[in-house]
Design a protein around this ligand. Structure first.
Ligand code: HPA
Length: 259
């Protein structure tokens, strides 16, 4: 892996959410590593292309992009979801930028909105830290600040300067793969969740255990179940994510430039 990076020292790793993979294609001086060449990485169930890590640069900063995420709903253990994050930490990367597609629960979060994650609720009933304590990870990591205040401040500043509307809120991570029922969404709203999705929370737990700082941004791709009368579909999620992709790239690009 270090040989593949060929002397580059990525300043951050970015995990690209469903429908948001284009950012990986935009990196300059790109170099790709397919998952089949990385020990322990299975092929993810992704749309369009095979899973790969992409090294390259954005706004003059060296980055490592994970294109093709592992999800609990694919049947993977929490440990596998944590593997890329542990790999990034082993490569010396201290900053993790996580993106995802999510359903909007809070009124006012419309499809296409960008949501800066302020906190999270892990409702997957899994935790990648269960088991023997791994090197560099504590037994009981603090989770009182899952998302980094400085990175969030930069995201707000970038959004302000670029006149990009940026909401803030709490992300509830569930296992999926079925979308929620209206009653489940009412429950999540009462728990304080503003958006819901099927990724991110276990990656954040892993990153915090390793002392990495994390930025999280959701693209709201749909109203959560019961908020609008329309049934939810993956096709709708992918279309909305692709449409918002340009704005997300602007936001991430601006944050990366400040790293
Ligand atoms: N629920 C769960 N995950 C999602 C949703 C949703 O409404 N939209 C995109 N990912």
């Amino acid at each position: 892996m270090a040989r593949w990076l060929d002397g580059r020292r990525p300043v951050a790793a970015i995990v690209l959410g469903s429908g948001l993979g284009r950012l990986g294609d935009r990196l300059a001086e790109r170099r790709e590593l397919p998952y089949r060449e990385i020990p322990g990485f299975p092929e993810p169930e992704v749309e369009g292309h095979a899973g790969r890590l992409v090294a390259g640069s954005l706004n003059g900063r060296a980055l490592l992009c994970q294109s093709g995420r592992f999800h609990a709903y694919e049947g993977h253990p929490a440990e596998l979801l944590a593997l890329p994050i542990r790999l990034f930490a082993a490569l010396g990367i201290r900053t993790l930028l996580l993106t995802n597609a999510a359903g909007g629960i809070r009124r006012g979060l419309r499809p296409g909105s960008l949501l800066l994650l302020a906190d999270q609720v892990n409702l997957t009933f899994r935790n990648p830290l269960i088991g023997p304590v791994r090197p560099g990870e504590g037994r009981f990591p603090d989770m009182s600040a899952p998302y980094d205040a400085e990175l969030a401040g930069w995201a707000r500043a970038v959004a302000r300067e670029a006149r990009l509307p940026l909401e803030e809120g709490v992300y509830a991570g569930v296992a999926g793969p079925s979308y929620e029922t209206p009653a489940e969404i009412r429950m999540l709203a009462r728990m304080g969740a503003d958006a819901v999705g099927m990724s991110t929370v276990l990656e954040v737990v892993t990153a915090r255990a390793l002392g990495m700082r994390v930025l999280g941004v959701s693209v709201i791709t749909n109203h959560a179940a019961g908020i609008s009368p329309a049934p939810l579909s993956h096709a709708e999620v992918m279309t909305a994510a692709a449409e918002a992709g340009g704005r997300l790239e602007g936001l991430i690009g601006g944050v990366v430039a400040r790293l």
